[in-house]
Every structure is written in C-alpha cells, then in structure tokens.
Write a protein of this length. Structure first.
Length: 328
C-alpha cells in the first residue's frame, strides 16, 4: 500500500476541518426556529446595552460578537464572567440584556452570573448547545447550537462549536441591523478610520471651499483666470467659471492650458468662457467619497466642481489629490 505523504495528510486534515464546520453551520441554519426572531426582538427592544459574556474561547468569540453589535448600531460591551463575579457586575443595569455564551451550558462562572444578573433586573439570552443545560434552564431565552463533534482530532479543542457560536452571533447582529434599517451613514459614523469609513464620508467633508475655492466670474480673461489658479491656496490646478448668482458655467484646468500652449496659441486676453469646458460633470456635496472616487476613475478627470442640492450653485471643488490624501 502506498504511503500517504505528510503534505497529503495535512491537506486532508484541513479539508476535513472545513467540511465539519460547514456541515455544522448548514445544520444550524436548518435548526433555527422561533427563538431566533424572539432573541432579535429582545436585542432590538433593549434600552441599555447588550452585555456579552463567555469564558475561554467562547469569551473570545463573545468579544467579536459584541464588537459587531456595537459597530452596527447596538450598544454593547464584553464582560468577563470571572471579573463580573468579583465586582464588575456593577457595570450592568436593569435595562441591559446579557448574552451568555457557553458551548456546554455548564461553564461555572457563566452559570453563576445568571441569577446575579436577573437580580439586577436584566434579562438573559443564552447561546449554548442545549436548552436543558444549566445555563439554558436559567436563561430567559436560549439559542441552541445543537450537538456536533469538534474538528479537533482529539475531540477537545473548540473548533466547530466556536464557529457555530460566532456565526449565530453574526446572524443575530445582522438581523437586528436590518430590522432597525441601519444606514450607510450611521455605519460611517462608527467607522471614521480606515478605508471603509473614509469611503462613507461625504464629499462636503473633504472638498475645497472658502479661500481654497478658485472661482472666476464669467467674462474674466484667461490672464485673470490663470492668476486665480496660481494664487488660490492649495494651487488647485483648475478654475470654476460662475455667473453673478454663483451658478456653475464651466471649468478651466491645467490640462486646457497645456493644450493651448502646445497649439502655440495662448490668448491671455480672451474671455475664459470661450476656452473653458462648458457644463462640466459635477458632483453633489452629499455624495459619498467612495462614489466620488468611482466617478473620478471612470471619467479620468483630475478635478470636479461640487454643487449644492439645486445642482447649479458652486459650493466646492474636489481634486483627485484630495482623495489620495484621504487614503482610500
């Protein structure tokens, strides 16, 4: 019989772990019942914070679930059960909800927390294998994981159980998010750093305005326009031509200047209206920065005027360099 190589054995083990965890998640999805919408309703109705608690690997999963809840509009914190039993239960209030995690449902510190939490007046939702476990019987509501073998060859290390626990926490958070009609703007408020949060900023937050806005009046000469482009703070590389009411008529850019110079014709005393790009593409000051970036990429321009809700009045300018500085 040919000998199985170490690499083949390792690959087989990896595939087996993934198969077992995928099967457990599929079984969990099929088993999800009325307790799930009830749990979502309790989370949504919570006027305090969803306090997540668990020991060991379940605690690490609990920290992630708590972070997901907090970042999607549900105030939440993680409370270590051992610390809770030694004074940190003072963090809880009657309007809070405890989400207690334990695969076996018999983790001593977690089970001991429940009556103390109920004495405070908070309700308890448990995530554990069985509603008949000590934790399940003590909780107000149970989301059952069911029984499934761990993927560990020894049957000991939490693997399948923690994956199922994490997935169930994600399902809870996402269902609550949808029920609350949580918006992209609210998500951005909780994610101000990183490319994700920055892409959800509004154009109004990054656009050039005030003394950084290169405006020239209709009828100004090219010479006057170049002076504005050169002296405006930040050297934007473009000028926006507006009428007496501040409505956008056109844009003149460094690229336009280079084309004129290449043609050997630099009519510095001609009105810029005859040389500008009339009725240019514009963006709204309420547009998301991520959407503006997509527009810059598809139109291959370096500057775009920003207009107010009326679609005409100039309120700012965005240069492609402004997007680079945001570091999307």
């Amino acid at each position: 019989m040919p000998k199985v190589s170490d690499s083949e054995r390792t690959l087989a083990r990896g595939r087996e772990v993934l198969r077992l965890e995928a099967e457990a998640l599929a079984a969990l999805a099929g088993r999800l019942g009325d307790a799930f919408p009830d749990a979502c309703a309790r989370v949504q109705a919570c006027h305090g914070r969803v306090v997540v608690s668990g020991m060991g690997k379940a605690g690490l999963v609990g920290q992630k679930i708590s972070a997901t809840l907090a970042s999607t509009g549900t105030p939440s914190l993680f409370l270590h059960p051992a610390e809770a039993l030694h004074g940190d239960l003072g963090r809880m209030r009657p309007e809070d909800l405890l989400l207690a995690l334990s695969k076996s449902g018999s983790t001593r510190e977690v089970v001991q927390m429940v009556p103390a939490v109920k004495a405070i007046g908070a309700s308890v939702v448990a995530i554990c294998a069985s509603a008949e476990s000590p934790l399940g019987r003590a909780a107000d509501l149970v989301l059952e994981l069911g029984e499934a073998p761990e993927a560990c060859p020894l049957g000991l290390a939490p693997t399948v159980s923690t994956t199922a626990m994490l997935a169930l926490g994600d399902a809870l958070a996402m269902a609550v998010l949808e029920n609350r009609d949580f918006t992209r703007e609210e998500f951005a408020r909780f994610h101000p750093a990183g490319s994700l949060g920055k892409s959800l900023m509004k154009v109004a937050e990054i656009m050039r305005r005030g003394d950084e806005l290169p405006l020239v009046a209709s009828g100004a000469s090219l010479r006057e326009t170049l002076t504005v482009m050169t002296t405006t703070r930040g050297r934007p590389g473009a000028a926006l031509v507006v009428d007496d009411a501040g409505a956008l008529l056109g844009i003149f850019t460094d690229g336009d200047l280079r084309r004129l110079a290449h043609q050997g014709d630099l009519p510095v005393d001609r009105p810029v209206d005859a040389l500008m790009a009339a009725d240019p593409r514009r963006i709204d000051d309420n547009m998301l920065v991520g959407e503006a970036l997509h527009l810059f990429r598809t139109t291959h321009v370096d500057q775009m005027p920003v207009v107010a809700a009326d679609g005409r009045t100039v309120v700012g300018l965005v240069d492609v360099q402004d997007l680079l500085e945001v570091r999307l």
